[in-house]
Design a protein. Structure first.
Length: 343
């Protein structure tokens, strides 16, 4: 399997011509009877060897962390970060392996953050929540810088999303450090940050509307990071998982899910639908229970939502065409729909 960025890289290297690359894209799109852009491709595996190598990397990184922790807690994260960077020099920079590259990126950024957290664990300082929030923001800032350094060296698409998530940690930490009484507003704050990450994702998406380059892969991971930051605060503030969800709340959840579906169709990204799926499942379950279907509530819920999602998947291009048609000139800036990838 080859990703769009692989094909683009082959063109840049002179391995194939641009006409040949365009012909390949058109062939794949025609074979699937779906516009290539609507497939939302991203590279996770280049082959089973990715899984094999990832298992080996996980064993090595866990062993390194274990050895480091046996000496001192901060050393565990530090050794993982160093090992992850060193291993990425081969498996990411030379071999360009997808899943191992993702694992090594997360291990590097997580190792940097874990080493700093380990320092705090070793010191056992008796600090106020306000100071702890400031320290947490500092750790998140260093993790953001680590992600930026990794991006400059390896350019793994998920890196930007990891940096954005760490950046959200900086914002939340600094806010609570400056305004300790705002801790009750954590969900609205995360929602605002999620919208900011979604906006960043759209900037990457709109710079590559036909999703032929690495920029589309970066946008995919940013959307995946933004979706739970948007969905979870909204549904939590609605009290979806409260003791008793009434019919009114359940209907609001379903209406929100339809709104999310409209956005997902417009931007041609499914992350928001996936992130909010658990909430709409619970809301639909509550509706069936209130209707008297106690024993079969989950079965009816799964059948209804599963059928709806399968229908949405089968008619995705058609529904996108309808949604884009309602957006006027804005739709012209979004990924194209209903056309094959052109030369």
């Amino acid at each position: 399997m080859y990703s769009e960025s692989d094909i683009d890289g082959a063109v840049t290297a002179g391995a194939i011509s641009r006409d040949a690359a365009a012909a390949l894209r058109n062939h794949v799109a025609a074979r699937s009877a779906v516009p290539a852009v609507d497939e939302e491709h991203f590279r996770l595996l280049t082959g089973f060897n990715d899984i094999f190598v990832s298992i080996a990397l996980a064993l090595v990184l866990v062993a390194v962390a274990w050895i480091g922790k046996s000496i001192t807690t901060p050393l565990a994260g530090a050794l993982v970060a160093v090992a992850a960077w060193a291993l990425a020099e081969y498996f990411t920079r030379v071999r360009r392996m997808a899943l191992p590259s993702i694992l090594l990126l997360l291990a590097f950024v997580g190792g940097v953050a874990a080493s700093l957290i380990g320092v705090m664990v070793e010191l056992h300082p008796d600090l106020s929540n306000q100071v702890n929030a400031a320290i947490g923001a500092g750790i998140a800032l260093i993790a953001t810088a680590a992600a930026w350094a990794h991006w400059q060296r390896f350019m793994v698409p998920i890196t930007v999303a990891a940096g954005a998530a760490a950046g959200v940690g900086v914002v939340v930490g600094l806010t609570f450090a400056a305004f300790p009484t705002m801790q009750d507003l954590v969900y609205p704050l995360v929602l605002v940050c999620g919208i900011a990450v979604f906006t960043l994702a759209m900037r990457w998406d709109m710079s590559d509307r036909e999703r032929r380059t690495r920029r589309a892969d970066v946008a995919f991971w940013l959307h995946l990071a933004a979706a739970p930051m948007i969905a979870h605060p909204i549904f939590h503030m609605l009290g979806v998982f409260g003791a008793n969800i009434d019919i009114g709340t359940a209907l609001i959840v379903l209406a929100l899910y339809l709104a999310f579906a409209f956005v997902a169709l417009a931007v041609d990204r499914r992350a928001l639908l996936v992130s909010s799926l658990v909430y709409v499942l619970y809301a639909m379950y509550a509706l069936f229970q209130n209707a008297g279907a106690i024993e079969l509530a989950w079965a009816f819920t799964g059948l209804a939502i599963g059928s709806a999602l399968l229908t949405l998947s089968a008619f995705w291009p058609t529904m996108r065409r309808i949604v884009i048609g309602t957006l006027g000139h804005l739709g012209e800036r979004l990924p194209p729909v209903g056309t094959m990838v052109a030369a």
